[in-house]
Structure formats: C-alpha cells, structure tokens
Write a protein that binds this ligand. Structure first.
Ligand code: ATP
Ligand code: MG
Length: 582
C-alpha cells in the first residue's frame, strides 16, 4: 500500500507544518471549527473529547487522536473531556482504565475534572430510549442475531421488516422495562430503532440500540443486564457533555446519518461528528485486538514491550512525549488513509533526543586493548563534554588506564578500502583521550579469534588532538577495563518484516510476518562509570551508536539494563535530503 507517492505525501505534510516562513494552511477540521467560530455556532465554544474503549492499552494511533482532540481544545481555548466508552461489560477491565489515564497524562494532556464514563449515562440513555419508544421510533424485536442479519438485506438488496416491527407502543414499553428487569435471557430480545429497512445505508436499517447481557460491569456491577450499543451510546454521550465537535476515525462516516438521526429524534443538543483518517504506521499495526493477541500468546513480553506500538511500549523504549507530539503535528489530519513511514517517527525522536540526551561511552561488543607504553596502575581523569549541542549541560570526568575496551567492529585485521578505524600499524583517536596505534594482534591459539590488541599511545595527544598537526581519520569510543560497568543492552528491530502486516489479503495470518530478529540481547556490554547512578527511564546517547535508555522494569542497582531507543542513522533525514534536491 505504501509507495513512493505516500512517502512524498508524508514528506509534504511534514514540510507544510515545519516551514517557518509560510503560514501553514488549515487542515479540514480546523477549517470547520473556524467557520463555526465565525458564525458563533455553539456560542463560540469548542469542546472535544477523547473516547477510548478500555479494552486494551493505547497505541500511537490513539496518540494522534489525543493530540488532535486535546490540541484543538488548547488552540481554541476550549475543553477536552476524557470519556471511557465502557458500554461493553465483558471486554473491559479496570487495569486498562488506569493505563489509559497514565498514558494521556504522560503525553502531556490534562482533562481537569472532566473524566467521564459512558456508563455514567446508562440511566439517561434508558430514559432517552423510552422517549423514542413513546413516539413510535423504537421497538422490541424478538428475532435472533442471525435472523436480524438475514432480514437486514445487502448493499444491493433492501431489507425486510421484522415481524415485531409493528408492536404497539404499550407492548414495547412493557417488554423494554422487563428486559431491564432481567426477565429475559441473553440474546432473546433487542431494542431497535425504527427507521427504514430499505435505506441504502445499512446502518439505518433498524439498528440495534440495546442487547441483553447478564454480565458484571467494571463500574455498574450487576445493576444492568441490558447494554447500549456504540451507536446508541456515543452520540447521546457527546450531546450530554455538550461536545461541539465529535472527532472520530473514517470507519464511522457511514454511521453519521444514524448519529444525526438519534439526536434529531430526541431533539437534544446536536454535536457535529467529523471523521478523519486513522494513523497507520509501517512495520507495525494498530489494532488493539491483534496487539492483545501478541501479548496473550507471548510473542512479546507484555503491553509495554519496547517493540510494541503502544504508548507504554514507546515510553519504556525511551520515547519522549515531546517527540510523539511533534510527530502527530507533522503528520497532520487528512480524509484519506495512508501508511506513514515509521522512519518519520524515529526522526522526530532523534531531533528531540539530540538536544537533551547526554553523551556517554559504551562498548557493546568489547575487544580488549592494552596500551603497552602506558604505566601500569596509572589512572587519568579526562574531561568530556556532556552534549556538544548544549554547552550548559557541562562536562564530566572519565577514567583512562592501560587496559581499555573498544568495539570489536572498530578493528579489522585486513581493513577494506574506506575502513578508517583501527587495523595493524594504523593510528586512530580515542575520543576525549589520546591517539593510539595498533602494534600487534593477539589471537586465540585454537580458534584464531582476535582476543586482544597490543597498542601504544602518544602522550603528546592528550584530549585527542596532536600538537604536531598529525591527522587521523578514525575516532573510536572506548571504556577503561577496571572502571567500566557491566551492562545488558537490548537492540530492537521492527516488530514485523512486512510493511503492512495488518493486510492479510495474501491469506496469511498477521503473526506470520513477525520479525524473528526484532530483539537482540547483548549480555556483556561495558559502559562508562558515570552511568552507575543512572535512573530507570533516563536516556543518553552512546557515542557513535544511538540513543539508549535505562530499562524501567528490569534495570536495578545490581543489573544495568539498557534499551536501544533508536540508532543514530536517520533514514528519514536521507529521504528528506533527496526530496529537497529534486
Ligand atoms: P483499535 O482499532 O485499535 O481497536 P479503536 O478505534 O477500537 O481502536 P477506541 O478505544 O475506540 O479504539 O479509540 C478511541 C479513539 O481513538 C477513537 O476516537 C478512535 O477513532 C481513535 N483511534 C483509534 N485508533 C486510531 C488510529 N489508528 N489513528 C487515529 N485515531 C485512532
Ligand atoms: Mg472502538
């Protein structure tokens, strides 16, 4: 689905938003809102809501909706409610409610004292239903779920009236009351709106408003055994809260006539529903149902597994709320579905972390280096800047000694062309330290594996600069063997190997596209001693490698665990550069 064109479109959207010298054009939602403000519709109020169903953890797609709804409220000096759409008792759990609140707060938004639940309105919704029955606009129907489907007809054929459609108002009132009282079994009856079985819009063919379900609800307990459908609950909840603009995703476009019909029949405050395209992100997926499957079947370590596109997963991975908000801002809102390149999200993250993350040295795959002409037992404390992007972040001391670790990848016995790092006879700079030269390679006698390098250093190059102007091409990071700390580092890759894993059109289940290499754990990494007190969740840049954060779940004083938040290499910046050139 995603092609060069959609890349192009994403980039243009991003550019639109970021060009400082041109006023960004209003998106279609802001255009509607500004028109409403101009005509003083709703007395100039802007009131939105974010309505999650508490049946899973929030994902980055929800972040788009959160940023949009709360963002509009801020921009237009309005309000945004957090409303749990908890109409489905069997699927909802209090754990999800708590996680959703935490995630919205973490993203930087505040619902003030406006935390609501659709279940708060069960009594009012019941009264509204009675009101519709009394004017002959709703009836109790005894058809089974399957029969209702059969009677509904298809896109090309009109539906058939239910044999119960012409029940008297008195009979409907009586039956509905007894439905509520618990006299009937699950699935034996429903309440339906009486609209038009021949409507070209299937949603208008006498949709179900209530079903019988003897289930315990996380807030109302066993008070109710009839539960409203989404269509019946949502618009009326919006109206009760005085929501002016009810922003939802495109799949509800066909439900809008029904949304409007209910509000018109009841004659209550009429919220306007506006639909926008949901966020899809390459190499991952946004369906809560499918994400739940990954958790339950153990394909990931939990909802907050750092590979998950959930807010809690991104947080544990080391994402900042600022970078996610920036991303949502850049992708903007549109009416057409597309897949956004995950590289754009990573690009926003790098931009943010580049400014704030202190630089440190860590060796992920250590190779021992002995500096033969450096006195045994001597230790020097060298100065290192914490962030070249921000001098106010200061400097720190790093210990240098005779025994060091460098990255195994930074040495080649037979260097190919353009390999400017260490090799026999070659001189390189150790960051913040000295020039060193590789004099000899020590190998394991049995396996032939390189196990140690014997080097010399030039004392005249302290700080990493030679006084005689001698240049070297490579600069390596390193740590001192006796001072370094042991650490476990987790490297991540896309969760799926397919760009659009949710697309099961080739007949394969989405899980067949799981990336077997999405997690690589390195157990014998070495990091500089300044990280001894790094707090869980804190972030830093491992020089030349990427941004990392201390894992908030598994890391402790005795076991340092880092997650790779994002490597330094920025594929999005490359795309952008190419676009600018063309
Ligand atoms: P899922 O498809 O992941 O199960 P959902 O739409 O059922 O999601 P809700 O809890 O009902 O999840 O969603 C709350 C709000 O977030 C809704 O207004 C919904 O339209 C919006 N939303 C959900 N997914 C996305 C997405 N990918 N992009 C933008 N908005 C989304
Ligand atoms: Mg939903």
């Amino acid at each position: 689905m995603k092609d060069a064109k959609s890349d192009d479109k994403n980039w243009k959207q991003a550019k639109n938003k970021t060009t400082a010298d041109s006023t960004p054009s209003l998106d279609f939602i802001r255009t509607i809102i500004e028109e409403d403000l101009n005509t003083n519709k709703n007395d100039g109020r802007v009131h939105t809501r974010f309505p999650p169903e508490p049946n899973g953890y929030l994902h980055i797609g929800h972040a788009k909706s959160i940023c949009l709804n709360f963002g509009l409220a801020t921009e237009y000096k309005g309000l945004c409610n957090l409303r749990f759409d908890d109409t489905n008792p069997s699927k909802e759990e209090a754990e999800y409610v708590e996680s959703i609140k935490e995630d919205v707060r973490w993203l930087g938004f505040d619902w003030g004292n406006r935390l609501f639940y659709a279940s708060d309105y069960f009594e009012q919704l019941y009264k509204y239903a009675v009101q519709l029955i009394k004017v002959g606009k709703a009836y109790v129907c005894d058809l089974s779920a399957e029969e209702i489907r059969e009677y509904r007809g298809t896109l090309t054929e009109p539906g058939k009236d239910s044999p119960y459609r012409n029940r008297s108002i008195e009979e409907n009132l009586d039956l509905f009351e007894r439905m509520r009282a618990g006299e009937f079994e699950d699935g034996s009856r429903v309440l339906r709106a009486k609209i038009d079985m021949a409507s070209p819009n299937l949603n208008m063919r006498d949709p179900v408003m209530y079903r019988i379900l003897h289930a315990v609800h996380h807030r109302t307990g066993d008070k109710w055994c009839i539960y409203p459908t989404y269509d019946w609950a949502h618009g009326q909840s919006d109206s009760i809260e005085g929501i002016t603009h009810s922003i939802c995703t495109l799949e509800f476009e066909d439900h809008r006539p029904l949304y409007d019909w209910f509000l018109d029949q009841l004659g209550v405050f009429h919220t306007q529903q506006i639909e926008f395209a949901r966020l899809n992100l390459s190499y991952t997926m946004m369906s809560k149902r499918k994400l739940l499957q990954l958790v339950e079947e153990g394909h990931v370590a939990g909802w907050d597994d750092p590979r998950m596109p959930t807010i809690s997963g991104l947080r544990r991975r080391g994402y900042t709320p600022e970078s996610i908000r920036d991303f949502c801002d850049r992708i903007g809102v549109a009416k057409r579905e597309s897949i956004v390149d995950i590289a754009l999200l990573e690009h926003c993250l790098r931009l943010d972390l580049n400014k704030r993350a202190p630089r440190v040295m860590a060796v992920l795959r250590p190779l021992r280096v002995i500096i033969d002409n450096y006195p045994e037992g001597r230790v020097e404390e060298l100065d290192a800047e914490n962030n070249p992007e921000d001098s106010s972040m200061g400097t720190r001391k790093i210990p240098f000694s005779r025994e060091l670790y460098i990255e195994r990848d930074d040495f080649r016995e037979d260097p190919p062309k353009k390999f400017f790092r260490l090799s026999p006879g070659r001189e390189v700079r150790l960051k913040h330290a000295y020039y060193i030269k590789c004099e000899r390679v020590v190998k394991d006698e049995q396996t032939g594996e390189v196990i140690e390098l014997r080097c010399t250093y030039d004392p005249e190059t302290r700080g990493g600069w030679s006084k005689d102007g001698r240049m070297v091409k490579g600069t390596l990071h390193w740590v001192s063997v006796p001072h370094s700390l042991k650490a476990e580092v987790r490297l991540y890759n896309h969760l799926f190997v397919k760009e659009d894993p949710a697309d099961e059109s080739e007949g394969a289940d989405f899980k067949t596209y799981l990336n077997p290499k999405s997690l690589e754990i390195l157990f014998s990494c070495r990091v500089e001693p300044s990280l001894a007190d790094a707090k869980p969740g804190s972030r830093c840049q491992f020089l030349r490698q990427g941004y990392f954060c201390v894992d908030s779940v598994d890391s402790s004083r005795h076991r340092l665990v880092f997650n790779c938040t994002v490597p330094l290499r920025d594929t999005w910046a490359k795309i952008e550069k190419a676009q600018k050139r063309s």
